[in-house]
Design a protein around this ligand. Structure first.
Ligand code: GDP
Length: 295
């Protein structure tokens, strides 16, 4: 993950290592390389430009000028800015209302159902909660079966009503079921389409309006780069979601989605999913991710 970006940033900053001091000329060269590296990692040019303008401003600041190690300073500045770009501090799920309702939305194939299973596993094992998984995809019976299988694997009950073709009603029944059975967190896997469409958006918006979830997590495949960012914007405009889940970070992703989603939608990335195994889910820590990128 991010190998290319890491290498490019590293080599951009390495140029400074032979320099005795940081100065306007070597800052300008380095910053230009950093900007190119970000654009090649699929970060939108405007975001990359704003990013490097900030780096430049910090680097030319008085404190830095007197420094003896330009390379290390540049690493620190870029690392801090990367963490900031990805949201700064981590943001946890909101469990202030019980049962906590978490609505999962995203395109088909983004990894929604897999993530629902992972999240159930995470909440059961790491937060000692009693989750209920809800299959609210009324279009694809296979999605319902897939959730049942995942539920069995993580030993979390799954609520499904295969005959019911009304997603809002399934979800309402599921909430009543959870309350009656002592489930204190409800994870709702909704239907996804291959592209953003009005029917899908209306359905998720209707579910949201009917149940008022504490969390709406938008799941997106990080391998899709700028498309991921555009889809996030479309979902956020309609749903005003509470957080982003980046999936397939174990793949050959260039990094653009992870780096720019926060900037574009102003919502935190809450989890990253890094594989098909059910325990490969991590809370997203912007600082650790920045550290990883800069090695
Ligand atoms: P949904 O249509 O959004 O529910 O997507 P699925 O959960 O069915 O996932 C689509 C495909 O992506 C499946 O083959 C999953 O095994 C795979 N997948 C999901 N999450 C990850 C991940 O984090 N990493 C990798 N490598 N594959 C994933």
């Amino acid at each position: 993950m991010f190998e290319n970006l890491s290498e490019r940033l590293d080599s951009a900053i390495k140029q400074l290592k032979g320099e005795g001091r940081i100065n306007e000329i070597n800052i300008a060269t380095t910053v230009k390389e950093i900007r190119r590296a970000l654009v090649d990692a699929d970060v939108n040019y405007k975001i990359a430009k704003e990013f490097t303008d900030k780096v430049k401003e910090k680097a030319t600041g008085e404190k830095v000028i007197t420094s003896v190690s330009p390379g290390q300073l540049m690493v620190k500045i870029v690392k801090d800015e990367l963490a900031e770009l990805m949201g700064g501090k981590e943001v946890e799920l909101d469990f202030s209302t019980k049962p906590t309702i978490i609505l999962i939305a995203g395109l088909q194939g983004s990894g929604k159902t897999t993530f629902s299973g992972k999240l159930a596993n995470f909440l059961k094992n790491k937060k000692s909660l009693r989750p209920l998984l809800v299959a609210a995809d009324i279009y694809r019976p296979a999605a319902m079966d897939q959730l049942q299988v995942l539920g069995e694997q993580v030993k979390v009950p799954v609520f499904a009503e295969p005959e019911n073709k009304n997603a809002v009603s399934i979800v309402q029944n599921a909430i009543a079921h959870a309350k009656a059975n002592g489930n204190n967190v409800i994870i709702i896997d909704t239907a996804g389409r291959l592209a953003v469409d009005e029917v899908m958006m209306r359905e998720v918006a209707d579910i949201k309006a009917a149940i008022n979830p504490q969390e709406i997590l938008f799941v997106v495949d990080s391998m899709t780069g700028q498309d991921a960012v555009n889809t996030a914007k479309a979902f956020n405009d309609r749903l005003d979601f509470t957080g982003v889940v980046l999936t397939k970070l174990d793949g050959d992703t260039r990094g653009g989605a992870a780096l720019s989603i926060r900037y574009v939608v102003d919502k935190p990335i809450k989890f990253v999913s890094m594989g098909e195994k059910l325990d490969t889910l991590d809370v997203f820590y912007p600082e650790r991710m920045a550290q990883r990128i800069l090695g």
